[in-house]
Each structure stands twice: as structure tokens, then as C-alpha cells.
Design a protein around this ligand. Sequence first.
Ligand SMILES: Cc1cc2nc3c(=O)[nH]c(=O)nc-3n(C[C@H](O)[C@H](O)[C@H](O)COP(=O)(O)OP(=O)(O)OC[C@H]3O[C@@H](n4cnc5c(N)ncnc54)[C@H](O)[C@@H]3O)c2cc1C
Length: 446
Amino acid sequence: MTNRRVADTHPAPDVVIIGAGVIGAAVAYELSRRGLSTLSLDALPSAGYGSTSNSSAIVRFSYSTLTGVSMAWEGLHYWRDWRGYLGLSGREPTPDLAELVTCGMLLLDTPSGHAAKVVPLFDELQIPYEHWDAAGVEKRLPLLDARVMGPPAPVDSDAFWAEPGESLAGGVWMPDAGYVDDPQLASRNLAQAAQALGARFLFHATVVDVRQRGGRVIGVTLADGSVIDAPVVVNVAGPHSGRVNELAGLAGTMAIGTRPMRQEVHHLPSPVGPDGRGLDVLVADDDTGIYFKPEAGAMVAVGSLEPACDELEWLDSPDDYRPTVSTAGWERQTLRLARRVPELRIPNRPLGIVGIYDVADDWIPIYDRTDLDGFYVAIGSSGNQFKNAPFAAHAMAELIVAVEAGHDHEARPVTVRGPYTGAQLDLGFFSRNRPINRHSSFSVNG
Ligand SMILES: Cc1cc2nc3c(=O)[nH]c(=O)nc-3n(C[C@H](O)[C@H](O)[C@H](O)COP(=O)(O)OP(=O)(O)OC[C@H]3O[C@@H](n4cnc5c(N)ncnc54)[C@H](O)[C@@H]3O)c2cc1C
């Protein structure tokens, strides 16, 4: 294999971005908006083909920390203003755009206490919500049985089949929550917006080495032997984040680690309630350990909230896992949904997707510089950062510009302001060297 220098044919970029998922593509766009030349490298054929392609893409605000809630609330506004954010004036031919479907979300008020935890945060940030009691839940969503069924238990245990207890305390209704209808298309929209500003994307391009000299990154090498020079490199490699950090010689240099975790999300037909409606809203149910969302074609998708009784599927390698849904996973999640939604009919044949989370030790992402000068990370998105991708990218761009201009981020963490709601983010919260955040839910709830 001959080494060829991509810079011989193209000018060397200011920044190489490893990964063109929704966060990586957004980083390319935000850096391009600041006048930096970027080259995005991705092993896959197009933007958003990695873990983003399997995302449930739910836009909710029910995080366990004030920063988490504030970031997600700001994140919503990017999706509401998608066309404007992408810089489309309305005069040019309309590209195919991802869309935010605002259907509302009910966070069941369960004994686990997550709803009680988020309500004061909503109050502090003036995020609209309503409290429904159990009768109100069943009136508005007649397909739901609003009685206590938890704590979550394995489906082959007696506890799982026990008669439901008294009524739940009700639920917290977030009218502004929803989901993005096509997460892969959203990534392509971001990549195209970046390209319109001069950003370059190279697909089928696997980074196999992060080159450095004298404690500073100087570029990357691709699997085909190409050598690319760049003074700044950003790791946005999703579930491969740990691998890419190893390539940069950074294994063991961060207090917070990341690990790939396998996830199944199952799809089945939605029942129709007495009011003629299917399951057309989002529901988070810590009492049975699941979340569910409307899916195209009168279907419902059901995913896990990682209840304590379930064994999590940690992977040694993000490339080595069973890519099809398992019978055990299908039974676990569909039976849990059937407890909450008694009208549900479960097909014999399992249907769904397998996705990979890039989980940080405390399920809160790492948006930071590293011990290698010029090498940055937007990693550990823990199954909950799709909604935040544009705002996280804004934060990464501000961080990179500030640190490259000489700012000491370790001594005085960079703060950024959300352009829509004025949300203030202290990036020290996302530090690679933070102590484990004990306020986290240690689940996809963040
Ligand atoms: C099943 C599932 C459900 C989810 N549901 C939600 C949700 O409801 N709401 C929410 O907010 N978030 C959700 N998420 C999380 C969200 O989708 C992710 O946080 C987000 O998509 C991560 O984007 P990314 O760009 O960091 O990573 P990815 O999309 O994984 O992109 C990383 C890219 O890096 C590339 N890459 C890796 N290594 C290399 C290399 N060495 N060389 C070149 N390229 C490389 C990969 O090919 C890949 O395309 C969910 C995730 C999953 C898996």
C-alpha cells in the first residue's frame, strides 16, 4: 500500500472531523459557519448511517440535571426552526428535510421518582407541563392502564405477573415534546448545509491512526494509506469513540470512560382505543422500564429505560454484536408494553431494530478538549443526544475556537449561550475529568 497525502490533491483542512453522524455533521456545519475549513471522514457510505440511523430521535426535556433539561429545551428550538437553522431562505428549491413531529410526551409519575425529580427543574426553567392524575391519564389516553405495576421485574418472574396495585400518582404531560421523523435525513441535511459553506465529506474513509508530534495532533491516516494533515481533529465516532481515543494514544487519560452498548427497539401494530386513536403520543414509563413512541404505519416502537432488573448488553467491540432482534428482548419489551396497554396484540414474529449506544460512565456526554493538544471529543452520547446535536455542535465549535485561540479551558471552562432560549451551558459540566455525576439517572434518561 502506498502512502499518499490527500493534501497533495486538496488543501489541508483547518479541522478533520472523524464521524458524520448527526453530531459529527452538525459539528462540520457549526465550524463551517465560523469560517473554518473542515473535512469530515466516515467509514460508512453517507451521513447518518451509523448509530444515528437507528435513533428513536425523541425530543424530550426530562433529564435529571438542570443542565440536561436546559440543553434539551434549547435543542427543541433548533428542530422547530430546522429550515432557518440550515440557512435555507425559502427561495431555493426545497430539499427533502427532516421534520419535528410534535405529539407531546407523558412521563408517568411512578414510585421510581424520576417525574418528581424533573418537575422542579421544569419549574426553574419555566418549561410548560401539566400534571395529570391517574384518572386524567386514562381519560386522555384510554389505551393506558394507569395502575402501579412496578418496580420493573423480569418477565419470567411471578412479580411481573402480579395484579397491578393502586393507581399511579398520574403523569407529567409535556405538550412540546415530539420526535424527528427521519434521523438519517436530519444528518444529511446538516452535511448538505455544511457543504454549501465549503465543508468536504469523504465517505468509505476509515481512520486508522491519529498522528501527533510533540504533544499536538498533526492529522490522521486512513485505511487506504492516505495521510491527511490537520492542526485540529475532532472525535465524533459514536460507539467507536473509545477506539478512536486509543488511536490518539489517549486510553486511560480521562476520568470518564465510554463503552458501546447494544440496544433493541421493537415495532408492533398500535391498538386503537375507544376514542379511535392509536398510541399517538410518547410515553416514558419507569414503572415497567420502557418508553414507547408512535412509528410510521400505525405502529408503535418500544425501547428500554434500563431498569435495574435487566442485564445490560455491554460490547467488547462496537463491530461485533448480533444485528437482529432476539426473542428474549422482544418478549421482555412487548410484554411490558402489554401490561401498560392491555389492548395490545403481540405478533408472533419479532420486528425491530438493533442500535448501539456510546455510553459514558454516568450517562452524560463528554464535550471537551483532551490531553493531546488540538484533539477534541464529542462522545459518550449515551442514547440521549440526538435532540441536542445542533446545540452540542455549537458548544464544540465555541470550545475549539476558544482553546485554539489560547483559552485555558481547564482553568476557566468555556461557557456558551443557546441562540434560541439563551440557555447558558458551562462546558465544565461535560468535562472528561469530572467526577461521576451522582444526579444522573444512570440510564438513557440522562
Ligand atoms: C436505538 C437508539 C435510540 C436512540 N434514541 C434517542 C432518542 O430518542 N433521543 C435522543 O436524543 N437520542 C437518541 N439516541 C442517541 C442518538 O441517536 C445518538 O446520541 C446520536 O445519534 C449520536 O450521533 P453521533 O454523530 O455521535 O454518532 P454516530 O451516528 O454513531 O456517528 C459516528 C460515525 O463515526 C463513524 N466512525 C467511527 N469510527 C470511525 C473511524 N475510525 N473512521 C471513520 N469513521 C468512523 C461511524 O461510521 C459513524 O457514522 C438513540 C440511539 C440509539 C442507538
